[in-house]
Design a protein around this ligand. Structure first.
Ligand SMILES: C[S@@+](CC[C@H](N)C(=O)[O-])C[C@H]1O[C@@H](n2cnc3c(N)ncnc32)[C@H](O)[C@@H]1O
Length: 380
């Protein structure tokens, strides 16, 4: 039988089984069977197929009709700029997770050497993509799943990165191997009771999906542990669920992380959060700020993220230390700093950037507290 005849039989079988992507799926499975590209399949529709090729193709079709994801049938998946080997032991890399890679690459210059930790490495798609583009970086990768780690090691070998990525079978709770410049994680974040309703992911490992009762159990663990695993001013990039933004932001702030960016995917859903580990000796829980922000007035002045934002954000810890030194000399500086942060916060708010404004209000409040403490000390 010709390729076209087998393709059309495949279309019928998948259509009958409600696989809406039946056409493209059959073409991919045919290209996998014949080990040629999809374009070549379409250019050779009249070519005869051997009996064993036909058998292989219909084996694939029979798995696909049961809704087994294509990547688990073809055993590979493209992600970022690489091809990865995939199997049922790890989550299939999602295009949305490329946002996390993009953010990591923005943070690390090409010629810099950084220590990275990948929490929940799965197939290895995130850390391997980053290491391929940043030749001086090294990565520790942990996962609870022994089988996911096996797969990640295969992918690291495939991409000749075995000397720059070390694997540990460990819960993030029980891991310590020094401090990192950057922690990346796409943790499981689906609510336990919702998993069974998500038909398309039923073949993927539960451990890669199950975020506990509220979907946030592993996220909270990763954030709490990152506090200890990150260097001061180290960055945490977390992928989260589309409805978890505010809860995760509050938790990050409770742990004294500065929120740098919230990244949306192409569907306009929140996809990941970039934050910075600030020294918590100098920060307080965020909750009190939330109430205060609501009562503050907007300013009409437009606000632009310019050098000011980067300077203040990037140098917060240094700023804080030098401020502590200066405060003994002149209390005028404190007032200036407080009003500077308040101004920036109001400008950000007027520009609709709530996150940035909350961060700046938090800074202003922090310096106000430091100044009051200092006044108390001076008086006693
Ligand atoms: C959503 S998958 C992400 C896989 C891969 N990083 C990706 O983006 O495709 C989450 C991974 O975290 C692992 N995991 C779950 N709980 C963990 C924990 N407490 N500590 C370490 N890894 C964990 C799972 O085994 C799974 O491989």
């Amino acid at each position: 039988m010709k390729i076209i005849d087998n393709l059309e039989d495949g279309y019928e079988i998948l259509k009958e089984n409600n696989i809406s992507s039946y056409k493209i799926d059959c073409e991919i499975l045919m290209s996998q069977t014949l080990n040629i590209s999809r374009e070549e399949v379409l250019l050779n529709l009249e070519k005869e197929m051997k009996e064993e090729e036909k058998e292989k193709y219909f084996n694939y079709i029979n798995r696909r009709k049961k809704d087994v994801p294509i990547a688990y049938i073809t055993k590979n998946r493209n992600f970022w700029r690489e091809k990865f080997i995939i199997n049922e032991n790890a989550l299939i890399p999602r295009p949305d997770s490329e946002h996390l890679v993009e953010q990591a690459l923005k943070l690390i210059k090409k010629d810099k050497s950084k220590r990275i930790l990948d929490v929940g490495v799965g197939s290895g798609c995130l850390s391997i993509s980053i290491l391929k583009e940043r030749p001086y970086c090294e990565c520790d990768a942990i996962d609870l799943s022994k089988n996911a780690l096996k797969l990640a090691k295969i992918n690291a070998n495939l991409h000749q990165l075995s000397d720059r990525i070390k694997f540990y079978k460990r819960d993030v709770d029980n891991f310590y191997n020094g401090k990192y410049d950057l922690i990346i994680s796409n943790p499981p974040y689906i609510k336990k009771h919702k998993i069974k309703y998500l038909g398309t992911i039923k073949y993927e490992p539960k451990i890669a999906l199950d975020g506990g009762l509220d979907g946030l159990e592993v996220i909270r663990k990763v954030i709490s542990k990152s506090k200890y695993l990150l260097k001061i001013n180290g960055k945490l990039i977390l992928e989260i669920g589309y409805d978890q933004k505010y809860k995760v932001m509050n938790f990050l702030r409770e742990k004294s992380f500065f929120i740098n960016r919230i990244i949306k995917d192409y569907g306009n859903n929140t996809r990941c959060i970039v934050s910075t580990n600030k020294d918590w000796k100098f920060m307080r829980p965020f909750k009190s700020n939330l109430k205060r922000n609501r009562s503050r007035h907007h300013s009409d002045r437009p606000f632009k993220r310019g050098p000011d934002f980067d300077r203040l954000n990037g140098n917060f810890a240094n700023n804080d230390n030098s401020f502590r030194r200066k405060i003994n000399r002149s209390n005028g500086n404190v007032q200036k700093l407080i009003s500077k942060y308040n101004d920036l916060a109001r400008e950000a708010l007027s520009n609709g950037d709530k996150i940035l404004s909350e961060n700046y209000f938090q800074y202003a409040d922090h310096f106000l507290r430091v100044s009051l403490e200092q006044k108390e000390k001076d008086a006693s």
